[in-house]
Design a protein around this ligand. Sequence first.
Ligand code: SF4
Length: 375
Amino acid sequence: MTSVGALYLHIPFCRRKCHYCDFASVATSADDERLRLHVEQLMAQMEAAADEGLLGECKTAYIGGGTPTLLGANLLAELIAYVRRTCHQLCELSFEANPDSLCEGVLDSALGAGATRISIGVQSFYDEELEALGRLHTAEVARRCVRNAVMSGASVSVDLMCAIPRQTDESWQRTLDEAVGLGVGHVSVYPLAIEEGTAFGVRYGQRPPAWNDEDVQADRMEQAQDTLVAAGFARYEVASYARPDMDCKHNQAYWTGVPYLGLGVGAAGMLLSEQYDAARRVLTWLPKTQPNAARIRYETKGREVEFLKTREAWAEDLMLGMRMSQGVDASLVPPNVIESLEGRGLVQVECGRMVPTHDGWLLGNELYGALWDLA
Ligand code: SF4
């Protein structure tokens, strides 16, 4: 089959860089003409991809960033409407939003154009924490924004961040409680990572601060799990919680081996060899495929391409599958590997599936590393 199952579009612009951010985005204003040029380029690439048959069976699309809402009401709606016109089989169309640029006009026009899901970068409901992260919005703006989004009837997710400066167990608890109280259907929870090349990397790279300690991260992730599960959310992925039927179909494509096309300067894609040939006529910088490549991964930033052989693709499927609570079909994993992982307390077998244990989630890198070693 030539078509991918999912489409990711990247918008590489933000109003200002957050102190911890290493995503591909540049700081600019909403009237920068590069915003329109970028959207036009995305549309041209989508048209070419559709002509190649890459989007005929595409079920989910995700407009991420950067800050897609910086495009403003008209340009964002134009892009969303174009995605709708180009991908006829879509069942979910998400866009990322930042509270400082998600005014009602943007929300209404994005939903009117066909978006079904909004993922809002809240991070915290405390002003002093938001300020320390370099976020532009206040807690009150975030609250108003989430409330409006929930009232619109769209599927609403919020991103929350733990192990951040000035955060305490109490303030984290209150942030979690507020998200639940505002009626969102989905919460993504991440510990802050101090990355090289960011303002935090410069400030803390040599001497990691106590607020970001690994034990603090683990405790806060556990606190999130306790709170969200008690409130009726299911933890369906290591960092993702959803009320019934509110899980993100697009993100699940990433973890279940569904091929996806990524467009834009900071996008990633995963294609099977038959799709890769078609994608090379859209993204002309992609090199020729390699013999025995079963799966091809690429990143547009840095133009990196990785060719995976069948065994590597299999190990990758196992590794990604273990990010999810449903785990993987146990019959796909050699019995001695299951035994070893069980012995280390990282997995258990339930109803024919190998699923992560509590420790398996906490020690994710150890678990994923052991499965990747099978390649
Ligand atoms: S809004 Fe998101 S993408 Fe933009 S600078 Fe902040 S963390 Fe990075």
